[in-house]
Design a protein around this ligand. Sequence first.
Ligand SMILES: NC(=O)C1=CN([C@@H]2O[C@H](COP(=O)(O)OP(=O)(O)OC[C@H]3O[C@@H](n4cnc5c(N)ncnc54)[C@H](OP(=O)(O)O)[C@@H]3O)[C@@H](O)[C@H]2O)C=CC1
Ligand SMILES: O=C1CO[C@H](CO)[C@@H](O)[C@@H]1O
Length: 319
Amino acid sequence: MASRVPKVRFNNNLECPVLGLGTWKSKPGEVTQAVKDAIDVGYRHFDCAYVYGNEKEVGVALTDKINSGAVRREDLFITSKLWNTFHRPDLVRGVLNTTLKNLNLQYLDLYLIHWPQAYKEEAGSLFPVDANGKLQFSNVDFVDTWKEMEGLVRDGLVRSIGVSNFNRRQLERVLQAATIKPVTNQIESHPYLNQKRLKAFCEERGIIITAYSPLGSPDRPWAKPGEPLLLEDPKLKAIADRIGKSVAQVLIRYQIDRGTIVIPKSVTKSRIAANFDVFDFTLSKEDIALIDTFDCNGRICPESSAFDHPDHPFRNDEY
Ligand SMILES: NC(=O)C1=CN([C@@H]2O[C@H](COP(=O)(O)OP(=O)(O)OC[C@H]3O[C@@H](n4cnc5c(N)ncnc54)[C@H](OP(=O)(O)O)[C@@H]3O)[C@@H](O)[C@H]2O)C=CC1
Ligand SMILES: O=C1CO[C@H](CO)[C@@H](O)[C@@H]1O
């Protein structure tokens, strides 16, 4: 079954659909149907992670759709991410194999280092804490992790590799050491945090941005009552009304029209379809420039429990 989703070309010449389905917080009991619904309306790109705890249930949907002939494996683009407790080079391959087994795949299209900072390994927890509840860190250097990621490409286990939540300085270190360049840096991006400088830095080096939490992640577990809701922003609503689209569609199109990949999450059939229905319009240059002015350094995914880790990406550097 053909899909009308456009693709971008990575620096390794492989292609990636510009719009994918996010799966963080998608409950195991909901995500199988969500992925099937998404494939039915044309999604081919799925953003997963070991830490999301639902890769098996995503895999059930992928297997079902491949076996029924609705889609071929080679038409899908599947991303997963190496969690922070597995940065030590000798642990990378094992956890990738678990992800592949969970997703029931022979290879991933893209594997990302989820965060630059490493957490204590082999503590039996993805967020290992001491007796006082303090997150336990590891000092594995992400450059050593990157070297191991390169081996996964050479061995055909993953087609492309990239990073997530890396700042400019951290990317520079990876680029200096890399024999395989990251294809993408997956970072939080939406009108309240448009990441203009990091985006320009990455693009100058052939690294495409993937925008996470593009709708403002209203279901993030740490959301507090009274915090501004991007999806209800009156200025965005005015633009959406003027062009006859929803705010969510404007937020998704904002990313695509700036040349980024975008991965909105939903488990609701009608929203999964509506979020994909964005290929019959574009935003004008003027509207993009106007939305750019809404930036207010409004980060919503700070991973704050690791803030005192020396490799935490948002503690010292401007971008
Ligand atoms: N690399 C990283 O560190 C991170 C990666 N990510 C990735 O990015 C994805 C997207 O980000 P995420 O933080 O989940 O948040 P999003 O910005 O995608 O927002 C998801 C929320 O918006 C709701 N929603 C979806 N579509 C609509 C719509 N059309 N109208 C109204 N509400 C809507 C969803 O509800 P419902 O599901 O109930 O329909 C859900 O509550 C993640 O799922 C994950 O894959 C996210 C954070 C960090
Ligand atoms: O992808 C993500 C979603 O949630 C995780 C748990 O806090 C984050 O660390 C991560 O950025």
